[in-house]
Design a protein around this ligand. Structure first.
Ligand SMILES: [Fe+2]
Length: 272
């Protein structure tokens, strides 16, 4: 890891799974050994082995047999191969990191924090938990200098995902419409472009992403929407375009957040 680089807070198995996308490994390809991964990630081999076993259980890797001629030695290594391509989340993290971590490290921390919030509400997301976490980690990539074209980050980010990254349409649409972006689009005269190019996903998913963003500080720490809105207003100034947008969006942001809280509470009340 580079000195001063943000700490990768994701579980080790997710970091290891990134190798499949980063190295372009196809299903059936041999996967790096536990020893080489232990060296690469600076952890012990038993720790890596546990992470690899989780990837086997998840079906990302296929566990092979012990190498031929290998006895019950501690140095014995199983040969694993790639079983399937990574999930949306496994794909999204390295992409977001490659765009944000270096030019905008604080923004990257924020995106990691928003993704972390997404994991905390997985209970109400069901099959969409992976989709929402992927959209969460990518939601602000439009700020990356090489993507910023219009200066309106939801539109710039969504266009990049569609035109360059060949992303899943649902991820693109969530990024395009995150956190009441249509209100900012209105102020910028871009609402027609935004809504003409990108359909909205379900209200529940848009609420969930807004909740995650508005409950995370610029440094990625959990917060609440009132403090978050005040922080944004203070940072940009109350009379700025963003300052006015966020005040106009406040009732909708608070509505999103309370709807998510209600859904989480209801899910927790359900008998297991
Ligand atoms: Fe954000």
């Amino acid at each position: 890891m580079r000195a001063g680089a943000p700490i990768d807070r994701r579980p080790l198995e997710q970091q290891i799974a990134d190798i499949i996308t980063a190295d372009g490994l196809e299903p059936g390809a041999a996967f790096p050994s536990a020893s080489s991964l232990a060296e690469q990630f600076g952890v012990s081999r038993p720790t890596v082995t546990k992470a690899l076993e989780k990837l086997e259980t998840a079906g990302v890797l296929a566990g092979g047999e012990d190498k031929a001629g290998c006895g019950p030695s501690a140095l014995c290594q199983r040969e694993r191969s790639v079983c399937r391509l990574p999930t949306l989340t496994e794909w999204a993290y390295p992409l977001a990191e490659s765009l944000l971590a270096e030019p905008l490290p604080r923004r990257w921390e924020h995106c990691l924090g928003v993704a972390e919030r997404a994991r905390t509400i997985a209970l109400i997301l069901g099959q969409n938990a992976d989709l929402l976490e992927a959209a969460a980690v990518l939601h602000d990539i439009g700020y990356a200098p090489k993507l910023a074209k219009t200066g309106f980050h939801p539109l710039d980010g969504a266009r990049y995902l569609r035109e360059v990254a060949d992303a899943d349409a649902r991820v693109i649409n969530l990024v395009a419409h995150h956190s009441c972006s249509w209100l900012e689009a209105d102020a910028r005269g871009l609402r027609e472009e935004l809504e003409g190019e990108f359909p909205r996903e379900s209200a529940d998913l848009n609420d969930a992403l807004c909740y995650c963003d508005m409950n995370t500080t610029p440094d990625g720490i959990p917060t609440n929407p009132i403090d978050r809105i005040n922080e944004i207003t203070g940072r940009y100034g109350p009379d700025s375009l963003i300052g006015k947008f966020i005040r106009r969006a406040e009732p909708e942001i608070l509505g999103c957040t309370s709807r998510v809280f209600e859904r989480v509470a209801a899910a927790k009340r359900q008998p297991m």
